[in-house]
Design a protein around this ligand. Structure first.
Ligand code: NI
Length: 187
């Protein structure tokens, strides 16, 4: 295992459209997932996409820690999603705070679909086919965006809600009201 270097915003790998993983069961893919897991653990985030570690492949890992208010007891251990397909379910869009390991120290309120349909293959080669909502859906949309060269500032609706973690945590910052159900935040 190895801790990988994380690309920061400005590196072209983060703007590229990543290539499909030809064989999700290949040993080098398993090794990449292991190294990404160690890198995520070291960096302290909830998700990491392969382009963020300079591998332009359609694969990400994520976890959903328990105790998130909007998701109740939901607690999803670290998992990999290979060649994901994300399909919005309904047109409800919600605002929520997001950070990114490629944009250290900052966070922003970003609109995301409340519910999406997630399809793909997991790290063991098993099919993923599930409907997900709330913070879980937010994390997956954020990570899947990385595979298309999209980072969260490119999804923002209001740049007033963009700042340094150190500053934002000093203030009770109410999120902007949602009036975005018809806005094209996905394609
Ligand atoms: Ni990110």
């Amino acid at each position: 295992m190895a801790i990988l270097k994380i690309a920061r915003m400005g590196h072209p790998v983060l703007l590229a459209r990543a290539a499909p993983v030809a064989d999700p069961r290949a040993p080098e893919i398993a090794r990449l997932i292991e190294n990404m897991a160690e890198t995520l653990e070291d960096a302290g985030g909830v998700g990491l996409a392969a382009p963020q570690v300079h591998e332009s492949l359609r694969l990400f890992i994520y976890k959903v820690p328990g105790g998130r208010a909007e998701d109740g007891a939901l607690d999803i251990p670290l998992r990999a999603v290979i060649n994901p397909v994300i399909t919005p379910v309904g047109d409800q869009v919600v605002m929520g705070w997001e950070g990114c390991l490629s944009i250290p120290g900052l966070r922003a309120a970003v609109p995301r679909y409340e519910t999406v349909w997630l399809q793909g293959v997991d790290g063991a080669g098993a099919a993923i086919d599930e409907e997900i909502s709330g913070f879980h859906a937010r994390v997956v949309q954020h990570e899947a965006d990385h595979l298309d060269g999209v980072m969260y500032p490119m999804r923002m609706a209001d740049f007033r809600y963009f700042g340094f973690n150190e500053e934002l945590q000093k203030f009770e910052f109410p999120l902007p009201a949602i009036k975005l159900a018809k806005e094209p935040v996905d394609e």
